[in-house]
Write a protein that binds this ligand. Structure first.
Ligand code: BG6
Length: 460
C-alpha cells in the first residue's frame, strides 16, 4: 500500500448535536440560541430552514450508527447539547437526555465505533445567553458544572473529550461579523468572549483531570493557516497578526497554557484587552490539553492593507490586513472556498516544531457542495471530486506522519448531510446523501471509497 497509515489509526467523521439530532423541542430539551434566533429572524437561515429539520439522529441513532459501520468507521465525533442535558443551562439534569446520550454512546461502543465527544459546538442555551453568554463569568461556572456533569455521567465510557469546537467561530459570528446570534459587532466584547471561553475551557480541563477518569481531553480548533502574499515585510506582518488573532488566540493558551505576548501587547496598544482577574493566568496554565482536534477546510491568504482605515471605522481585525486572492488558486466552485491540500501538512509541521508535537487528529476536513443533486447518476451521488479532495489531503497528512507528526486520525465533515447553522442545507458535505422529504440516507460514492480506505488502513 503506497499510503499506509499507522496501526489503530482512527477513521470516521464528525457532526454535532444541534446539526444532526433534530427533535429541537422534544425530549425535554431547552431552547438554545439557534432555536431562539430562528423564531425572531427566520430569514437569516437559508431557505428559512430551522434546526428542528436536522437529520433525525435523535430518533434514528441506532440505524445511523449501523450506517457508520457500513462505511468502515472506527470512530465518530458528535457533541452533547447543553440545552438538552440541562435545559436551563444550570440546575436540573434532564433524564430523557441522559437516557438518549447513554443509549447513543453505548450503541457506538457496541458497534466498535469509538465515541469522540465535544461539549460545546456553537449551541449556547438561551437561558445562558440571557445571562450574557460567555461575556458573563457566571456562565463560565455553569459551563464547568455542565462539563463535570457530562464526565460523571458518561466518562466511564467516553475516553476522548473536547471542550469546544472552533471556539473562535462564535466569537467571529456572534460578536464581530454578524453571522451568529447575538449579532453584536464590538471587538472588545468579542475579545472578552474569546478570553472567557478559554477560562471555561481551562475550568473543564481541570475538573476532568481531578476526576482521574483515564481518558484524554482536548479542544478542536480551526487552524486555518495565514499565508502572506509575498515575503515583503509588510505582508509578513499582516499574516502574523492574522495568525495571532485567529489561531494563536486559542492555540497558545490551550497547548502552552499562556497567551502570546505579542497578542497581549497588540490588544493593549489598541485598548481592547479584556479584564484579567486574580488567578486567571494560573487557571489558563492549568488548562493545557492532552490532544488537539484540527479542523481544516481552506487557507487564509492575506496582504498588507492597501488603504488607510477610515477614522470612524469600528476596530476590527481587518485594520491590519486585506484578504488576498492568489492568482491560479484551486477552487471548490461549489462552495467558493480555495482548496489547498498542503495546508494540512503545514499545520502538522507547525505543531511539531513549535507546540511540542502533541497528539492530534484531523477532526474536520471536507468539501461542501451546493446543488449536489446534479451529480446523481443511477440513484447515487457520484462525488469523485470529494474522493479526490480527501485523497489529496490524506497524502499530505501521510507525509506529515512520515516526518514524525503525532497524528492519530482523520474525520471527514460530515457523516450524513447535515443542517449547518444559517446555511441550513445549502452545502452538502456527507458520505451519505439526505433526502430532506423522506429523510432517506443514500451512500455516496465517496462513502464506499472511504470504507475501503478504512479497511485497508490506507490507499494506493
Ligand atoms: C465547520 C463547522 O467549520 O464548518 C461546522 O464546525 C459546519 O459546524 C461546517 O457545519 C460547514 O459549514 P458550511 O457553512 O459550509 O455549511
Amino acid at each position: 500500500m503506497q499510503y499506509q497509515f499507522p496501526d489503530n489509526f482512527y477513521w470516521g467523521s464528525a457532526s454535532s448535536a444541534t446539526q444532526s439530532e433534530g427533535a429541537a423541542f422534544e425530549g425535554g430539551k431547552g431552547e438554545n440560541i439557534w432555536d431562539h434566533w430562528f423564531k425572531t429572524e427566520p430569514n437569516r437561515f437559508h431557505h428559512s430552514v430551522p434546526a428542528t429539520e436536522a437529520s433525525t439522529f435523535y430518533a434514528n441513532y441506532k440505524s445511523d450508527i449501523q450506517l457508520m459501520k457500513d462505511i468502515g468507521h472506527n470512530s465518530f465525533r458528535t457533541s452533547i447539547s447543553w440545552s438538552r442535558l440541562i435545559p436551563d443551562g444550570t440546575g436540573e439534569v434532564n433524564p430523557e437526555a441522559v437516557d438518549f446520550y447513554n443509549k447513543m454512546i453505548n450503541e457506538l461502543i457496541v458497534q466498535g465505533v469509538e465515541p469522540f465527544i465535544c461539549l460545546f459546538h456553537f449551541d449556547m442555551p438561551m437561558a445562558m445567553q440571557n445571562m450574557g453568554g460567555f461575556e458573563s463569568r457566571e456562565v463560565l461556572e455553569a459551563y464547568a458544572d455542565y462539563a463535570e456533569t457530562c464526565f460523571k455521567l458518561f466518562g466511564d465510557r467516553v475516553k476522548y473529550w473536547f471542550t469546544f469546537n472552533e471556539p473562535v467561530v462564535p466569537v467571529e459570528g456572534g460578536y464581530l461579523y454578524d453571522f451568529h446570534y447575538p449579532n453584536v459587532v464590538d471587538f472588545r466584547r468579542a475579545a472578552t468572549v474569546a478570553f472567557h471561553t478559554i477560562l471555561a475551557h481551562a475550568k473543564a480541563v481541570s475538573r476532568y483531570k481531578a476526576m482521574e477518569q483515564d481518558g484524554q481531553i482536548g479542544i478542536i480548533l480551526n487552524l486555518t493557516p495565514s499565508y502572506p502574499r509575498s515575503e515583503n515585510e509588510a505582508d509578513l506582518k499582516a499574516a502574523n497578526i492574522c495568525d495571532l488573532m485567529f489561531n494563536r488566540s486559542f492555540l497558545d493558551p490551550a497547548v502552552k497554557g499562556e497567551y502570546p505576548q505579542e497578542l497581549m501587547e497588540l490588544l493593549k496598544q489598541y485598548e481592547q484587552l479584556p479584564q484579567f482577574e486574580d488567578g486567571d493566568c494560573e487557571l489558563i496554565a492549568s488548562g493545557k490539553v492532552d490532544m488537539l482536534g484540527i479542523n481544516y477546510y481552506q487557507p487564509r491568504r492575506v496582504k498588507a492593507r492597501e488603504n488607510a482605515v477610515h477614522p470612524d471605522a469600528l476596530f476590527m481585525p481587518e485594520w491590519f490586513f486585506d484578504y488576498y486572492e492568489m492568482p491560479g488558486r484551486k477552487m471548490n466552485p461549489h462552495r467558493g472556498w480555495e482548496i489547498y491540500e498542503k495546508g494540512v501538512y503545514d499545520i502538522l509541521t507547525n505543531l511539531r516544531e513549535n507546540y511540542g508535537n502533541l497528539p492530534c487528529y484531523i477532526s474536520e476536513n471536507g468539501m461542501g457542495v451546493e446543488g449536489e443533486e446534479k451529480f446523481v447518476k443511477d440513484g447515487q451521488i457520484q462525488d469523485d471530486y470529494r474522493i479526490d479532495f480527501i485523497k489529496e489531503h490524506l497524502k499530505w497528512l501521510h507525509k506529515g506522519i512520515q516526518e514524525g507528526s503525532n497524528c492519530f486520525g482523520y474525520h471527514l465533515w460530515t457523516f450524513i448531510d447535515n443542517w449547518s447553522w444559517s446555511n441550513a442545507y445549502k452545502n452538502r458535505y456527507g458520505f451519505y446523501r439526505l433526502n430532506l422529504t423522506t429523510q432517506a440516507r443514500t451512500v455516496k460514492k465517496s462513502g464506499e471509497w472511504y470504507a475501503e480506505v478504512s479497511r485497508n488502513n490506507g490507499f494506493n
